[in-house]
Design a protein around this ligand. Structure first.
Ligand SMILES: C[S@@+](CC[C@H](N)C(=O)[O-])C[C@H]1O[C@@H](n2cnc3c(N)ncnc32)[C@H](O)[C@@H]1O
Length: 395
């Protein structure tokens, strides 16, 4: 069967630079190889299906050739085969349940969680993952989320540079962890070593989008959205991307590195200028209040209270504690919505539901009482849940 695919036709002298950028976008077709044009003056770079149909500059300077792809037969995409060669069949069998069969892609990086039991095979795991995923540049081991900023504890365990795999003495210039991720058709700048961002929350963000559309229909006007734990802004990316859905935005975070990335993202999404460096909460435009702020103190500023139709509360281990300080921010002249995430023991879900209902103002008639929905396991005992609360206007 012919495997017709798009290739970017790049003059030989530009291949190296363009390849770096294509890999950054994660647009290199996995398992396919780059090959020479008939006259030898160009290289044909195979493009992944996810690559945009209208490529931006500088890629748009080159022709796209649709032709049969050439499978890179040197690449075995099954990581178990590589692992077996590196550690032997018996060792693979011995720790059968512990090997990280799953992983998270993060641009051209991969994040893997390595059980204590197999820590001594970290280098082999990194090497096997890199050998089986030729478009991955850097593999990081995941030590979990930590501290107030909810940043992941990530350690580089392997890298690829100019086709050479390193699991020790990783070259410094391979350690860059700032990447561009494409989500719901939009680019998000992020760096998991300095600010929280999870690729796993995409479905959650789409659910928030659908609730926001429901509220927009109820109010019959674009929404004022407050995201006081916004991180690098992924929830806003989805909401702002929907034409006519959002008007005013308050986006803030306590982590200055997250705000720096947020400015970079907003500049791209809004096509308006924002500072390069982080700064305190400011009205940059009539419809944009952005910057560094402690969410629990926002309601001390009377200019910010009674103003927001939709509030996002994404600090799951402290949502219940912070909820009372966020309620004054709601616009109570009309129906409003709080969308929150909570980490709780399964045994405490029903008491937490009661607590949420006791903290919140009265619920909009016709809407159900807020209730935690389990989204996934956080640990053996804890569950990651989300809820939505439709709040009634004040009498
Ligand atoms: C779980 S992350 C969510 C980030 C973002 N909303 C997302 O979905 O990617 C929680 C964020 O809350 C921020 N944070 C923690 N405490 C805060 C506070 N008191 N005020 C404002 N932001 C806070 C952290 O820095 C972190 O970026």
């Amino acid at each position: 069967m012919m495997n017709m695919m798009r290739h970017l036709l790049v003059p030989n002298r530009k291949v190296e630079a363009i390849l770096v950028q294509i890999t950054e976008h994660n647009w290199l077709a996995e398992g396919q190889r780059i090959f020479s044009s008939d006259d030898g003056s160009h290289r044909l770079i195979p493009l992944a299906v996810s690559a945009d149909s209208n490529l931006p500059k500088p890629f748009s300077n080159f022709d796209i050739i649709v032709c049969e792809g050439k499978i890179d037969e040197r690449i075995d995409t099954d990581w178990w085969n590589h692992l077996t060669k590196l550690v032997g069949k018996e060792t693979v069998f011995k720790y059968q349940e512990s090997w990280p069969s799953s992983h998270e892609f993060f641009g051209d990086m991969m994040i893997v969680r390595i059980d204590d039991e197999i820590k001594s095979y970290t280098s082999e795991i990194a090497e096997a993952k890199l050998l089986s995923h030729p478009s991955i540049r850097l593999v990081l081991s995941d030590g979990g989320v930590m501290g107030e900023y909810r940043i992941r504890d990530l350690e580089p365990i392997g890298a690829r540079k100019e086709s050479i795999i390193y699991t020790e003495k990783i070259p410094v210039d391979s350690l860059n962890t700032k990447v561009l991720i494409k989500e719901s058709g939009r680019f998000i700048s992020c760096d998991p070593t300095v600010a929280y961002y999870s690729t796993k929350l995409q479905t959650e963000r789409l659910e928030t989008l659908s609730l926001a559309k429901e509220l927009r229909a109820e109010l019959n006007r674009p929404l004022a959205v407050c995201d006081p734990f916004c991180g690098v802004g992924p929830a806003l990316s989805t909401l702002i991307g929907e034409k006519g859905l959002v008007d005013e935005v308050l986006a803030s975070d306590l982590n200055s590195k997250a705000v720096e990335l947020l400015f970079e993202n907003l500049q791209r999404w809004d096509k308006r200028k924002y500072p390069k460096k982080t700064d305190h909460l400011k009205n940059y435009y009539t419809d944009r209040i952005i910057g560094l702020a402690d969410a629990t103190k926002l309601s001390k500023n009377p200019e910010l209270t009674g103003r927001w139709d939709l509030i996002l509360v994404n600090l799951p281990h402290r949502t219940i504690e912070f909820l009372p300080s966020l309620i004054p921010l709601l616009n109570r002249k009309n129906p409003s919505l709080i969308r929150g995430r909570v980490i709780v023991a399964e045994s405490e879900i029903s008491s937490t539901n009661e607590k949420i209902n006791s903290i919140l103002p009265s619920i909009l008639p016709g809407k159900p009482k807020p209730k935690l929905k389990i989204k996934r396991d956080y640990s053996s005992a804890l569950r990651l849940c989300s809820f939505e609360a439709w709040i009634s206007p004040e009498d």
